[in-house]
Design a protein around this ligand. Sequence first.
Ligand code: PGA
Length: 260
Amino acid sequence: MKRYLVGNLKMNPVSFEQAEGYLKAFGKEMSGKDLKGTETIVAPPSVYLERFGRSLPVGVSLAAQDVFWEEEGSYTGQVSPCMLRDLRVGFVLVGHSERRLYAHETDAEVGWKVRASLKEDLRPILCVGETAEDREQGGVVAAVSGQVTEAFRDVSSAEAEKVIIAYEPRWAIGTDRTPETDEILEARAVIRQAISVLYGPETADRIPILYGGSVKVPLLEKVCFAPSMDGVLVGRESLQPHELAMMSEIIDAYRPDAQK
Ligand code: PGA
C-alpha cells in the first residue's frame, strides 16, 4: 500500500510573509526528490490554502484542516467542501483532537463532515484517539472503535476506501509523549476490526491507518515502521520544512523486508 505523510501546520504560519518563506524553504527541500511510494500532504490554515495550492512542490498535495458539513447558507465562519474543492484541495482533516477539544466537535458531527467531504470528492483524513483518562480506565477499545463506527455511519464501502484514518491518542498530541509500539499496534488492530465489522476485512485492509502525535524523525521506527503503520500525521515538527522533507524521504525509502 502507498504510504502517507501528512503535515498539519495547525494555526501557523502567522503572516503572509512567513507563509511565503515556508513555501520557499519547503520547495527547496523537496526539489529533486522523486517519492513514488509516498504521498506527502500539507495542511495549512484555510486563509493560506489558495497560496499553498499555487506553490506547493510538485507531487505534494494540499489538505484543509477542517470543513463544514453543509454546502452553502447561513453558517457564519464556516468553509464548505465545494469551496475547498475549488482551491485544489484534495484532502481534509476531520475530527482532529484540537477541534474536538476547542470546538467541542462531537462524533456525530465528525461523521457529517466525513460524508460531506466524500460527496465533494475530498478524501477525509479521519482522526481518532483516546484521551489519557480513557487509557487509564481501560477504555481505549471503546473510545477508538466508537469514534470509527460513528464516523463511517451511512458511508458506502466504495466511499469508505477513500478515507484515511489517523490514530492520534489525544494525550500524545503536542506533548512530546508517544505510545509504545505495542500500544500503537493494538490501536491499529482495534481500528481495523471496527472497519471489518462494517465493511469486511478486504475493505479494512485497503484503508490506510496512520499514526499521529509528537512525531519526529528519530521516532519513525517506533511509531510508524515497527507497528506497520501506513504513514504518519505530523504536527509541530512539520513547521520545519527540512524535517518534513526528511521524513518523506525516510518513509519512502523504508522497505519492511529489507530491515528484517
Ligand atoms: P504534534 O501534533 O505532532 O504537534 O503532536 C499532531 C497533530 O497535529 O495531529
